[in-house]
Design a protein around this ligand. Sequence first.
Ligand code: URA
Length: 202
Amino acid sequence: MSDLFVSSEPVPPWDEVMADAMGCTRCRLSEGRTNVVWGVGRRDADLMFVGEGPGHDEDVKGEPFVGRAGQLLTRLIEGIGLSRDDVYIANVVKCRPPNNRDPQPDEIEACSPFLRAQVAHVGPKVLMTLGNFATKQLLGTTEGITKIRGREFPFRDGDAVLIPTFHPAAVLRGRGDALAHMRADFVLAKRAMRRHAGASDA
Ligand code: URA
């Protein structure tokens, strides 16, 4: 498990952390942003998604995963009988990195209390990391996404599972098998949700 979740620091109330994020200037990403992209969805969702960071469309709208990759994510969520309103969606960093470059270690560090608080408050039964970047941050692994996707990892002291899957942008970039793998990973997530809810594992 990554250092993000082993901190013993108490988690401040949701509204306090969110207000802090909205005015955050802890790193250079704040200089280029249009909007802080905090997160969207149910605050008590059983299923949570974590991506990398906002792109252009998200920066403009202030909402994660609203561009083409987001539309695909929405379809995958609907494919397991849920809607965006049923889940919680966030990113590792809340401000758009310039030219969509990878967030840098000090930027991730500066933003980490926000994601940590979101995960603690939402308390999902299943957390899906989207792509290599979020998976490495949350699982603390160096394994690539192709190897590690579609497996369940214990999370939050075994109360929950983390399931890495591809980033929807991988499908848009034309990675032929990514969509089929993502669909399978979403089915796995649905089953894990049912298991954690105490229902039978269909
Ligand atoms: N890619 C991400 O990782 N996050 C978004 O919000 C949009 C695209």
